[in-house]
Design a protein around this ligand. Structure first.
Ligand SMILES: [Ca+2]
Ligand SMILES: [Ca+2]
Length: 437
């Protein structure tokens, strides 16, 4: 077997009836070896844009496939999302092996360490860390946390450059039931001589280790089911200066224009639009953190309600609605619309003052959701005692609710990819006369 991932990895393939039996057979007996994950990257001038396009295409193409499958662009079949970017073409047009190097990697030479902040969603099921050299990778597959609070995982060596098709399984520790909670998972990753060590921040007692080759030095973190993006931020305080944690997906020099999805810093550097107002300086000049407590905010005291007219452009990705107090916020992520026409969303509480790093409360999305159409999205917002309620102006039947703290009273509506401003026109009024402060 190629992928020794285990855990429900039976390959369920469904085909359109027009696919010929001969084609089907050829597909099954002779998957095309595409070589390294890096080779795909060489072909792409704007891989990030392509990734976004691919994700959008995958999202739109899942309709006729089972969950956690996506449809090949040419309609040649449905492929499980865990087979994306495994180094083997499963779609006859190679669609499942496109944009594979769009996931950020980071240099991690021997004796270096790095912190990886993973924005984990249940749709990803589990996630993987690969440490790679010129020819092969080692792989840590983190399945989740067991009832005893320790990690359940598998480790493998002699994997291909996509971190897959490993020929040697080193250790399997998947006893009992396990889960990964949605939200931020913070991992400490250390490249010791001959070994990669991984543990969750604050749990150095629960280390996962896998042998690595002498020339290994590039770390990749990816979701097991790659249907939607899984943002990963690398920070590397303990990295030696010679191995500064420059994300290799970023261009080294400042280009005139940034790739799609990237924010142009005031000094011309390009960083991911996701890093705007996330609480850490990602632009060398810190311009990604300017005006974060002023822009796109309005007072929304308890018992007040109002309308937020959002000028949504596709480049913004997801609409984030925060209700904040002095220290904390609750957050609603509005992805768009589900197949049944209801909002696709996630809710979080206990986020920091910028609306990040909270605890997931509710997931109501599928991975095949439709983005908001570019143009005006009109949201109604209501600050009820202990709760924020959000719905689209014409859809009062489809309300998203999230618990909020007693001192919360500032509303922020912002894009997830803040690469360009997303103008929001707020109209706020008290719902009950005399009850607002
Ligand atoms: Ca594949
Ligand atoms: Ca930032």
């Amino acid at each position: 077997m190629g992928d020794v991932g285990g855990h429900g990895t039976s390959i369920r393939l469904s085909y359109h009836s027009q696919l010929s039996a001969a084609h089907r057979l050829a597909w099954l007996v002779a998957p095309q070896q595409t070589g390294s994950c890096a080779r795909g990257y060489q072909r792409m001038a704007t891989k990030f844009a392509i990734l976004l396009g691919l994700l959008a295409a995958v999202s739109q193409a899942t309709g006729d496939c089972e969950s956690r499958h996506f449809q090949c662009r040419d309609g040649s079949g449905c492929v499980p999302l865990f087979l994306r970017c495994d180094g083997i073409s499963h779609c006859s047009d190679g669609f499942d092996e496109e944009a594979c190097d769009a996931l950020p990697t980071v240099a991690l030479p021997a004796n270096a360490s790095v912190t990886a902040r993973v924005q984990f969603a249940t749709a990803h099921d589990s996630f993987e860390l690969h440490l790679c050299g010129g020819q092969h990778c080692s792989r840590v597959l983190l399945w989740g946390e067991g009832k005893d609070g320790t990690l359940r995982y598998e480790t493998q060596t002699s994997c291909n450059l996509c971190g897959r098709r490993c020929s040697n399984r080193v250790k399997t520790h998947i006893e009992g039931s396990y889960i990964l909670r949605p939200g931020e998972v913070v991992l400490e990753v250390q490249h010791r001589p001959g070994q990669l060590a991984v543990w969750r921040q604050g749990r150095p007692d629960d280390v996962v280790e896998v042998p690595v080759g002498a020339d290994y030095g590039t770390l990749r973190v990816r979701p097991y089911y790659w249907g939607t993006d899984m943002p990963v931020r690398y920070t590397g305080d303990s990295l030696p200066a010679s191995a500064a944690p420059s994300v290799t997906a970023s261009p080294a020099a400042a280009p005139a224009e940034c790739e799609s999805g990237k924010l142009k810093c005031k000094d011309g550097q390009c960083v991911s639009g996701r890093y705007r107002c996330n609480g850490s300086n990602d632009c060398r000049d810190g311009s990604d953190e300017e005006d974060c407590y002023r822009l796109n905010m309005v007072a929304l005291p308890v018992n007040a309600s109002g309308t937020a007219r959002v000028q949504f452009a596709k480049v913004h990705g997801i609409i984030l609605v925060h209700l904040c107090g002095g220290q904390r916020c609750s957050s609603v992520w509005l992805f768009g619309e589900r197949d049944n026409g209801t909002l696709a969303y996630r809710t979080f509480t206990g986020c920091n003052a910028l609306g990040w790093r909270g605890n997931g409360v509710k997931d109501h999305w599928s991975g095949s959701d439709k983005d908001f159409a570019p143009g005006e999205v009109v949201l109604e917002v209501q600050h009820r005692p202990g709760q924020l309620a959000v719905w689209r102006q014409d859809r009062p039947d489809d309300v998203v609710e999230v618990p909020v703290g007693a001192d919360y009273g500032m509303l922020r509506v912002r894009p997830a990819y803040w690469v360009a401003d997303m103008p929001v026109q707020f109209t706020i009024a008290a719902t009950k006369a005399g009850t607002t402060k």
